[in-house]
Write a protein of this length. Structure first.
Lengths: 90, 140
C-alpha cells in the first residue's frame, strides 16, 4: 500500500487521499487551481473531486478503478504539494 | 480519476453548496412567515425554495455524470430577520451572490471551451438573474 505524502489524509470506501489547502486570498486559490488543472493535463491524472471557496481548496484523489492510490497518484499529490508551496498560504 | 477539468468540478461543487444554502434560507424564512400568519409570503418563499432545489438537482446530475457523489458540504447559515423587509434584504444578497458565482463559472467554462457546462452555467445564471429581478420587484 502506498503511503500518502505529507499533508494528505488516507480515507476509505472508496480508498482515496484528501487534503485541504489554504491560501491568503482568492487570487492565490485561483492560481493554485489553474496549476492543478495544468498538472492534470500534463500527467493525465485528474482529481476525483475538488471543492473550493475564497481561501481554500479541498482535493480528493483516488486510484484507478477505485483501487488504492498508487505510485502515479503519489507523484501527482507530491506535485500538488509543490504547487501549493509556491503560493503563500497562511 | 476522472477527466473533467478540476476547476469545473470545483465550480459545480461550489454552485451546489450555494443552491442548497439558498434552499435552507428560503425554507427557514417560509417557516417563520407561516408562524407570522403571512400565507402569501410563505407561499412565495416556498416557490423560491423549490426553484433553488431544481437548480441543485441539475448540478447534482452534472456531478454524477462526472462520477462524483454530490455533497453540498457545510451550508451557509440562513439569514432570517424580524419582518419581510429583512428577508428581502437577505434574499437580494444571496441572489446577487449566485449571479456573481455563475458569471465566474460561465467565464471559466467558456475559457476552456466546455460547451456542456457552459450551457448549464448560462441557464443557471439566467435563472438567478430573473430570480433577483423578481425579488427586487416584489420586495421579498
Amino acid at each position: 500500500m502506498t503511503t500518502p505524502p505529507e499533508g494528505w489524509e488516507a480515507r476509505g470506501r472508496p480508498p482515496s487521499w484528501f487534503r485541504r489547502f489554504t491560501f491568503a486570498k482568492y487570487a492565490e486559490t485561483r492560481d493554485f487551481l489553474d496549476g492543478v488543472a495544468a498538472l492534470s493535463e500534463e500527467l493525465g491524472l485528474h482529481p476525483q473531486n475538488i471543492n473550493f471557496a475564497t481561501t481554500h481548496a479541498n482535493i480528493t484523489i483516488e486510484g484507478a478503478d477505485q483501487q488504492e492510490p498508487g505510485e502515479a497518484e503519489l507523484a501527482f499529490a507530491l506535485r500538488v504539494n509543490a504547487l501549493a508551496a509556491t503560493r503563500a498560504g497562511p | 480519476m476522472i477527466r473533467t477539468d478540476p476547476r469545473t468540478l470545483g465550480w459545480l461543487n461550489r454552485a451546489l453548496n450555494h443552491e442548497m444554502s439558498a434552499v435552507q434560507q428560503y425554507m427557514a424564512q417560509r417557516v417563520l412567515a407561516r408562524l407570522w400568519g403571512d400565507a402569501a409570503l410563505a407561499e412565495r418563499l416556498g416557490a423560491d425554495a423549490m426553484e433553488e432545489l431544481d437548480h441543485a438537482e441539475h448540478l447534482m446530475r452534472a456531478l454524477i455524470e462526472q462520477g462524483v457523489t454530490p455533497s453540498a458540504g457545510a451550508l451557509r447559515p440562513p439569514r432570517l430577520g424580524p419582518d419581510a423587509d429583512s428577508f428581502a434584504h437577505a434574499n437580494r444578497q444571496i441572489e446577487a451572490d449566485a449571479v456573481r458565482l455563475y458569471r465566474e463559472a460561465l467565464a471559466h467554462a467558456r475559457q476552456i471551451r466546455d460547451q456542456h457546462h457552459e450551457a448549464l452555467f448560462a441557464d443557471l445564471l439566467a435563472a438567478e438573474m430573473e430570480h433577483l429581478a423578481g425579488i427586487e420587484e416584489q420586495g421579498s
